[in-house]
Ligand binder design. Structure first.
Ligand SMILES: [Zn+2]
Length: 327
């Protein structure tokens, strides 16, 4: 190797900026070369992602922790427990599906957390890795467990479909397109090495103001989240039909463009019609829960007592197949 010539390292701030810009572009180019194709479960849609799971989780976990430090958790224990219980039930069903359908390696990416945050906003959002935040303001609209399951299913779907990675990849491509500088980029990339890519990503996030907590997904992403979410709710034993009255209640609110759950969607009528069309597919995944979901009214009842049912649990999860030999 050639000895490093220090006399050539007389750099100005402007030069450093250029190098930094080129470096980010180089990262995008590198990533474009070594990106991966992701196949979204259920819809089978293919996307080309320029960031891997470890990078996404590293970056988003940081932002998630920052968000949680600034958020005020709900003081309502009953509602908090409800969000965690319904969320966990969905997560278990989703993980079972992924495990049994060729996505077992994806399970390591999820460490589910379901939070209820003190805010009147009608909203919920998710971050990569299964970090879900529900605002108290949406509970009067969800009304019962099934309504909440539709919201949580939608948010879980964003996470499972890797919509954050898709949006981040899109931004990286835009950076690449606007900053490409020819062959010099590959030299910069080679000099720095792929290991520095995470640092460059952090840089890019800071420059573009990319934030996982209030990320705006594409309309297609939102429609896909509705689709997957409906099926996830059905898998967890919630009647998917109940998505329709839930979205009707949401549409009566008029919608707020700020809210993730309303963001960049076709009109309410189209959204509801699309869900109606998906109903036959969702019903294929639907098996009513062994223990019927109580019609919890989150914001109207404040009972903290849980009445233990004395009825014997029927284990419907294990299907015993009786072998009859017929001729
Ligand atoms: Zn959404």
């Amino acid at each position: 190797m050639k000895p490093y010539n220090k006399t050539k390292v007389l750099v100005t701030t402007a030069y450093m900026k250029t190098v930094r810009t080129l470096f980010i572009a180089a990262l995008a180019m590198l990533a474009a070369a070594c990106g991966t194709t992701n196949v979204v479960p259920i819809t089978g849609r293919k996307t080309h992602l320029l960031v891997d799971d470890a990078q996404i989780l590293g970056l988003s976990t940081q932002q998630y922790q920052e968000y949680m430090r600034s958020a005020t958790l709900s003081s309502n224990q009953t509602n908090t427990a409800l969000v965690k219980r319904v969320g966990q039930r969905l997560a278990t069903a989703v993980e079972t599906y992924l495990r049994n359908n060729g996505y077992a390696s994806e399970l390591q990416n999820f460490q589910w957390e379901f939070n209820l945050v003190s805010s009147n906003e009608v909203n919920a959002f998710c971050m990569p890795g299964g970090k879900i935040v529900v605002y108290e303001g949406i509970l009067p609209v969800t009304q019962d467990e099934a309504g909440l399951a539709i919201v949580l299913g939608h948010e879980i779907a964003h996470s499972v479909a890797k919509h954050s990675a898709e949006q981040l990849s899109k931004q990286m491509r835009q950076q690449y397109a606007s900053q490409i500088g020819g062959s010099i980029l590959s030299r910069v990339a080679q000099a720095k090495g792929i290991n520095s890519s995470t640092i460059a990503l952090v840089d890019m996030l800071a420059q573009t103001g990319f934030n996982f907590a209030n990320l705006k997904y594409s309309r297609d992403n939102e429609t896909e989240a509705d689709h997957l979410g409906l099926i996830f709710a059905a898998m967890a034993g919630y009647d998917p039909h109940l998505a329709i009255p839930f979205w009707q209640r949401m549409s009566q609110l008029g919608g707020s463009s700020k809210s993730e759950i309303f963001s960049d969607h076709p009109s309410d009528e189209k959204r509801i019609a699309a869900l109606q069309n998906l109903m036959p597919e969702a019903l294929k995944y639907y098996t009513p829960a062994a223990e019927p979901a109580p019609a919890a009214k989150p914001n109207t009842t404040k009972t903290t007592k849980t009445t233990k049912s004395t009825t014997t649990k029927t284990s419907t999860t294990k299907k015993t197949t009786t072998k009859t030999t017929k001729k």
